[in-house]
Design a protein around this ligand. Structure first.
Ligand code: G6Q
Length: 548
């Protein structure tokens, strides 16, 4: 038995799960008029309703005991203190320092990292100001109208999601585009939309060795030089964001055009660093700093609020409850907000890359489940597609609903309808529809006898599907910063319970290695292929058929 499953709280939760597995939320709401007040929390304009969960007061107490017994407060302190908690890479995880808005120093290996953080932020400010106010011009003297970020994974998803989420804070004359896929179609389709003389490329790569990014960057560079007819144009149109200054120099980007960050910033936690440069360019540095301030506000809450009043801890422990005790394998994220279209994709990386681990911190295989599959998309679209499975499928899928109280586009009844749909779905998932209710409904529609009995089972909804609802005033940079940090810390808390390292990603590295090995064989068929029969067969088939 592992350390985690041996804890008294884990053992008690196993028994408690048996005790309450049959309880319905419908019943629990009927029995307790204060349930909503009891299981909800408000923080700086974000309101969390977690009353629609399969929990009692005792459940929450036991979950918080589990967090204590897993030494969560000590692990949290270690992260904020810059200890090398990413032990497989011997790195700290100090993304919180990037958004540290206090005057407190943050030490890493005995040195305060804040002066370096502030210096890069100051460079981001002066560069983004210069681009936005027309001081930094293209090679032919034109103002920049289009920014193209070239990066992938952590060097793409965060800035892309934020730029989309905060579109109302951008301005029409400056557009942000994101190229990540090595499939040339991605780059080509975006290049069709822009004019080289007013386009700025931001090459974002922590390592500056990622095949997809470098391939796209080289092609973009060739395109720009061809369009503007002069190699010298590159200096005005290319900047880089990286920790690998030797590689950016080798690519030909002058030192003054490189924005640095550090190996204590994980890729999927890097939007707060210079990787956020496209955000600063697109929205302006003031808005970027508001985003940082939102992240910092959540950090302060996470560090100092008691566990039972701590938003990331509550969300995390509910996830543990469903994943480890109910055996759920996936969780949904449904923002009822068009601008949060890419939030699920961002969270998918954050959560699944961080907690998709099966070896614990002591190097032993875990004997319990870790990260769940995270998926979702914005509502109400999902209602017309996959929600059916949550309502009437065989699996329980805990879900988070996110919705703003005020829309950026108050048009007629649109927002009221959006809210109504959001609230109605979480209610329906919780309540379901009993046989009795379904029968009454069919009766009212004029159906009786055998016909009714035949249809009846199909009209019953089991309900009791848990969800959280996060309400926020309006999707602004501060709120978004809080929401992102909320989920970052949720993921961290779960990693502590599961005793795994959420900050490495050897699976990503594996992909990077394998592609390098096969590429030469795609380019030229060798005399002998030494992979498994399927891979050999695919490579051979490609060579036989490519010319047709
Ligand atoms: C993130 C992962 C991964 C990474 C990309 C891009 O945490 O490590 O998604 O961000 O593979 O890596 P580079 O930024 O080094 O190009």
């Amino acid at each position: 038995m592992s350390k985690v499953t041996r804890t008294p709280a884990w053992q008690a939760l196993l028994q408690h799960h048996k005790d309450i597995a049959e309880l319905t939320m419908r019943q629990m709401f009927d029995d307790d008029a204060m349930r909503f007040e009891k299981f909800s929390l408000q923080l700086d304009g974000i309101f969390l309703d977690y009353s629609k969960n399969r929990i009692t007061t005792q459940t929450m107490q036991l979950l918080m005991q589990l967090a204590q017994q897993a030494a969560l407060p000590a692990h949290t302190a270690a992260m904020f203190k810059g200890e090398k908690i990413n032990h497989t890479e011997q790195r700290a995880a100090l993304h919180t320092a990037l958004r540290n808005r206090s005057n407190q120093p943050v030490l890493f290996e005995g040195r305060d990292v804040m002066p370096a953080v502030h210096s890069v932020l100051a460079r981001m400010r002066s560069f983004s100001d210069a681009v936005r106010n027309g001081t930094h011009l293209g090679f032919t003297g034109k103002a920049i109208t289009d920014i193209i970020n070239i990066g992938i994974g952590g060097s793409d998803l965060g800035p892309l999601m934020v730029c989309q989420a905060l579109k109302p804070y951008g301005r029409d004359e400056l557009r942000a585009h994101f190229v990540s896929n090595v499939d040339a179609s991605h780059l080509v389709e975006i290049l069709k939309k822009v004019d080289a003389s007013s386009t700025l490329f931001v090459i974002s790569s922590k390592t500056f060795t990622t095949q997809e990014t470098l391939t796209n960057a080289h092609s973009a560079r060739a395109w720009l030089v061809a369009q503007l007819g002069d190699e010298a144009a590159v200096a005005q149109h290319f900047v880089a964001v990286s920790t690998n200054l030797a590689a950016t120099a080798q690519f030909g980007i002058a030192a003054q055009n490189v924005f640095e960050f550090w190996d204590w910033v994980g890729g999927r936690y890097s939007l707060w660093s210079a990787i956020g440069l496209p955000i600063a360019l697109y929205l302006g540095m003031d808005q970027f700093e508001q985003l940082l301030a939102g992240g910092h506000a959540m950090d302060e809450h996470f560090r100092h609020a008691p566990l039972e009043k701590n938003m990331p801890v509550i969300l995390a422990m509910l996830g543990v409850w469903y994943g480890n005790f109910f055996g759920d394998t996936s969780s949904g994220l449904f923002p009822y907000d068009f601008y949060l279209n890419r939030f699920a994709a961002f969270l998918q990386q954050l959560d699944m890359e961080s907690n998709g681990k099966s070896i614990d911190r002591d190097g032993k295989p875990v004997d319990y489940d870790t990260g769940m599959v995270v998926w979702g998309e914005s509502g109400s679209n999902g209602q017309h597609a996959f929600y059916q499975l949550i309502h009437q499928g065989t699996r329980m899928i805990p879900a988070d609903f996110l919705v703003a109280l005020r829309s950026h586009n108050p048009l007629g009844d649109h927002h009221a309808i959006l809210l109504a749909n959001c609230f109605a779905q979480s209610a329906a998932l919780m309540l379901g529809k009993t046989k009795h209710e379904a029968r009454a409904e069919l009766n009212a529609q004029g159906l009786h006898g055998e016909a009714l009995e035949k249809l009846l089972p199909h009209k019953v909804f089991q309900g009791n599907n848990p969800s959280n609802t996060l309400l926020f005033e309006q999707l602004n940079p501060h709120t978004l910063g809080m929401l992102i940090a909320l989920y970052e810390h949720k993921v961290f808390v779960q990693s502590v319970i599961w005793n795994i390292n959420p900050f490495d990603q050897w699976g990503v590295e594996l992909g990077k290695q394998l592609a390098h090995k096969i590429l030469p064989e795609i380019q030229h068929l060798p005399d002998e292929l030494k992979h498994d029969a399927s891979t050999n067969g695919l490579i051979a088939y490609y060579h036989q058929h490519k010319s047709r």
